[in-house]
Design a protein around this ligand. Sequence first.
Ligand SMILES: NC(=O)c1ccc[n+]([C@@H]2O[C@H](COP(=O)([O-])OP(=O)(O)OC[C@H]3O[C@@H](n4cnc5c(N)ncnc54)[C@H](O)[C@@H]3O)[C@@H](O)[C@H]2O)c1
Length: 452
Amino acid sequence: MTINNKYKLPNLLNCKICIIGLGYVGLPLAIEFSKIKKCLRTGKILKRTIFGFDLNKKRVKELISGEDHTKEIDEIDKKELKSINFFSEENANIEADVFIISVPTPIDENNNPDLSSLKSATKSVANFIRKREKDTLPVLIIESTVYPGTTENICVPILEEITGYKLNMEFVCGYSPERINPGDKTHRLPSIVKVTSGSNKETANWINDLYSSIIKAGTYKAKSIKVAEAAKVIENTQRDLNIALVNEIAKICKLINIDTLDVLDTAGSKWNFLPFRPGLVGGHCISVDPYYLTYIAQRNGYDTDIVLAGRNLNDGMSEWIIEQLILEAKFKNIDFQNARILLLGLTFKENCPDIRNSKILDVIKHLNKRDQIPYIFDPFMIEKKKLSGINFRYLTKSPLDQNDKYDVIIISTAHDEFKNIDSKNWRRILEENHIIYDLKGIIPRDLKPLRI
Ligand SMILES: NC(=O)c1ccc[n+]([C@@H]2O[C@H](COP(=O)([O-])OP(=O)(O)OC[C@H]3O[C@@H](n4cnc5c(N)ncnc54)[C@H](O)[C@@H]3O)[C@@H](O)[C@H]2O)c1
């Protein structure tokens, strides 16, 4: 389908871009659009205006003051915050041409997709578009993770209903999934190939050109919006299943009394053995996206065989970890009930302050069920968050800066700060008869850690 000739796509060099949802995904994107002044593809000068919209007033205030609690942008890029026009009012008059949505897409208590933020953000876009001078075709791009079909079957009808405009006549749309890995300083937005797609050929090319103007690694134009949506969820589903496999291998290794990581390192000497590691699978991507895939499969009459099996296995790891700990305590004659237990790391990912869906919270729940209230230290959690349903004692200072000793230390997140502790310092905070449970494989082997 080609575009209605009456309106043209916006000028790529000086278009006005509004990012909706300024979290781990939206903020780095807004910064990148703002800071790249010369098109990476053509070398032409870019004179774009960047808007940033977030319903969360506190977040907008923080960004206006030049701060970012997600720590996803470095000190140099922080200066760029001043060039972005932030706002949080849904009824604002925004004269943007391009609207990019990057709001959360979690699951509900029944593991079904919760698209409420995406729908509400689309309504905001519809209202912005409705008020705008109609000189060019407005472009809607979804970056949030969704199941295949969401952009065209959920977002487009909302936009059409509120504005009265028709897709590919008075507005166009596309989907470009985000693939960043928060806390990872190597794989950043500009260095990851960006998948793009559009509601017709011209739009797909336009959106591809838009992203290739700022992404050093380049772009990959998907065959359709649905293909791009599906690609995103299967990337994370594949990771989830691969981790489930090594988690199962870990259980078997434990039964036959060999170290799982030694086995994986040995198998990894073969060129085509994939380097997955066992562990807890938390966060809002790998532990959530497979449910988006199973949802659309079920809606089409297919119950997945292995995707949910992998999910269940990974979700059961926190309980298995505690069972292993109790077995080790018995073996070492440690009174588990009265043991002082310290958990190092609460965030779901290393060097990142994100705590959403952290499975370490499940580990704490299992300890609480056994009347244990563990101590917690996490350098990335600046203040004790109000976490409901779990009981723990929160350390505001590193245990290394205190004089207490622990019977059990569980290394649950591989923050660099923990990786850098040497054997001597670990011994300083451990009782003579102790367990050091290294869920991340980062502790010196001379300490004889219990490993997953
Ligand atoms: N964080 C990641 O590692 C990552 C990686 C790839 C893809 N994703 C996907 O990207 C999307 C965003 O994730 P995130 O981690 O950036 O989320 P986030 O929670 O860090 O940020 C989302 C922001 O959107 C705002 N918001 C919510 N509803 C809104 C609305 N209706 N209008 C305006 N703003 C609204 C929130 O206040 C928040 O600031 C999700 O679909 C996620 O699955 C995330």
